[in-house]
Design a protein around this ligand. Structure first.
Ligand code: TXA
Ligand code: MG
Length: 359
């Protein structure tokens, strides 16, 4: 598995014709031969294999070093493909599909008995989404099978938002990468369980709770995801993947809730100890910091831009050999919810709060 000649197929989504495209065809041929191929989606790059082949699925787990109790999302290009994978389509799921597919929303259904337990990790449910990326849809159509695909990173690393991230993690371990440039959203899809009523958000992501509630009314959020909830340790998340430390850069990452001046004081303390200190900030605040490495990740006034750049920024610290990273926190509203979910995970729960000044 470690000596594959990983191919790099570059496709320009704007100008290249994707039907009968030679690169897409070659990638699809590898898929039908039970190999794994990385491809872009609108969220992050996925590591795709034939969802109907156990042999192919096992190669995904091997390439990523993924624990086998963590189920995969199945990616489809047409609604016909959905019917063979699920037992039924609940009314609210149908409404969500009409509104958000193709798009960054993964829906958990009751699985058809034909779906392999390798995909579902033995659960009775199956997670499915239709990605909003022309290259992803062309690949699925050309391969003629649904693609099981986790994010195309080594387990524990930040998800890849560029083909170069995939190549860094998986060269030699996979058949190839379809390179469609940087992904748009930058964070993974929202996962919503529609087998319960009200439906439950298992992972915050590209589609916000507010957007979902606009179309199907009240939904709940898996308690294990709520910040500062005392039950967190007692309550295992319903989405198996949410229990793993994820998205982590190599150096310890600490999230700071407070002013830039407070964060700068933490930087100086570590520098006095001889450490190489990095700061993850935004365009608005970057000039406030004097640290060894300062990475601005989008604009605070538009959290979508922060989401878009986040994983690339986290990966950049690994190239700079820093000892410790301090990152600014964000409000838990709209896409800020998904952003803080990922940042809290990257920090392994380490958050420093600025003491409030009492008069
Ligand atoms: O945006 C995305 O969702 C990307 C792109 C490639 O589509 N994929 C992605 O896959 O993030 P992955 O494997 O990194 O995350 C899948 C998440 C995990 O947390 C997993 O536990 C959860 O979905 N999941 C999959 N099947 C499930 C099921 N039947 N019930 C509950 N959670 C499930
Ligand atoms: Mg992942």
């Amino acid at each position: 598995m470690n000596n594959l000649q990983t191919k790099h197929w570059i496709v320009d989504k704007k100008t290249d014709i994707l039907t009968d495209n030679p690169q897409v065809k070659e990638a699809a041929l590898w898929i039908t031969n039970d190999e794994v191929v990385a491809f872009p989606t609108e969220t992050v790059y996925g590591l795709g294999a034939n969802a109907l082949s156990d042999r192919a699925i096992s190669k995904i787990f091997k390439a990523k070093g993924r624990p086998s109790d963590n189920p995969l999302i199945v990616h489809i290009a047409t609604i016909e493909q959905l019917h063979n994978l699920v037992k039924g389509i609940p009314e609210k799921a149908k409404t969500l599909m009409d509104k958000f597919w193709p798009g960054p929303l993964t829906i958990v259904f009751e699985g058809d008995s034909s779906v392999s337990p390798r995909v579902t990790a033995g659960l009775k449910t199956v997670a499915i989404r239709m990605p909003d990326d022309p290259l992803a849809l062309a690949l699925i159509k050309e391969a003629g099978v649904p693609l099981a695909a986790p994010s195309a990173n080594l387990s524990g690393k930040p998800s890849p938002t560029k083909a170069e991230h995939v190549l860094k993690d998986l060269t030699g371990k996979i058949a190839g990468v379809l390179d469609g440039g940087a992904t748009g959203v930058g964070l993974e899809s929202t996962v919503i369980d529609c087998t319960c009523n009200p439906p439950m958000i298992l992972r915050p992501g590209g589609i916000t709770k507010e957007q979902i509630e606009m179309v199907i009314g009240v939904v709940v959020v898996d308690k294990a995801l709520l910040p500062n909830d005392e039950t967190v340790t007692a309550h295992a998340p319903k989405s198996p993947g949410m229990k793993y430390t994820h998205y982590a850069p190599q150096a310890p990452f600490i999230l700071v809730e407070g002013s830039p001046q407070f964060l700068q004081s933490l930087v100086e303390k570590e520098q006095k100890l001889g450490k190489k200190v990095a700061v993850l900030t935004t365009e608005e605040n970057k000039h406030t910091y004097e640290a060894d490495v300062v990475v601005a990740c989008g604009y605070r006034r538009d959290l979508k831009t922060v989401a878009h750049h986040l994983y690339d920024s986290l990966r950049r610290f690994d190239d700079q050999d820093v000892d410790i990273i301090y990152g600014e926190a964000f409000p838990y509203s709209d896409v800020g919810e998904a952003l803080m979910n990922r940042l809290t995970k990257a920090a392994g729960g380490q958050i420093i709060k600025e003491p409030t000044v009492t008069k």
